[in-house]
Design a protein around this ligand. Structure first.
Ligand code: HEC
Length: 150
């Protein structure tokens, strides 16, 4: 009983000491992590966007799979934007940490549009996919304009 109490106490302390935003050993790891996630998301979204734009032959199955992958990965980059990760090999602007509420809001809007795109892509309707790609692309641009360096 004593042992269990000590363990729960240790676990509770651990949970308090390690907030979700600080799950990386080094700032460089967080930067690498978010860039990798954004890259993977971009590759998957880009494939659907190319099909929507007629630059790649439309394949409903590939579009649905790519949109689903982009939707899953869209949840990941944000944990890599914790405090202290503003310097290094990054294009993230300092404004992210001075206007975090706006940044987080734009991240949420993008995820909502990406989820919608994934749902629409499942139906295989190219016209609706085009609309959803445009809506999602607009949310990428909104954040990049303000928070990503050229
Ligand atoms: C809430 C803000 C935000 C949203 C929304 C957003 N991005 Fe970004 N994106 C960034 C920031 C900031 C960086 C720079 C990250 C860095 O260099 O540390 C970035 C970088 C990238 C990169 C470069 C990754 C690399 O290899 O270094 C790609 C690709 C990318 N974003 C694609 C997208 C796409 C596609 C969307 C929309 C589906 C999107 N982003 C939505 C903020 C955002």
């Amino acid at each position: 009983m004593k042992k269990i109490t000590a363990l729960s106490l240790a676990l509770a302390t651990l949970c308090v000491a390690v907030p979700a935003s600080a799950q990386f050993a080094k700032p460089e790891d967080a930067i690498k992590y978010r860039k990798s996630a954004l890259f993977v998301m971009g590759q998957n979204f880009g494939r659907v966007a190319q099909m929507a734009g007629g630059k790649m032959e439309f394949n409903a199955k590939v579009a649905a799979e790519s949109a689903a992958a982009a939707d899953s990965v869209a949840k990941l980059p944000w944990a890599g934007f914790g405090a202290g990760t503003d310097k290094g090999e990054t294009k993230a602007k300092a404004e992210i940490w001075t206007d975090k509420a706006k940044f987080d809001d734009l991240a949420k809007k993008m995820q909502a549009e990406m989820s919608n795109l994934a749902a629409v892509a499942k139906t295989g309707n190219l016209e609706n996919i085009k609309l959803a790609v445009n809506a999602t692309g607009g949310t990428c641009k909104a954040c990049h304009d303000d928070f990503r360096a050229k």
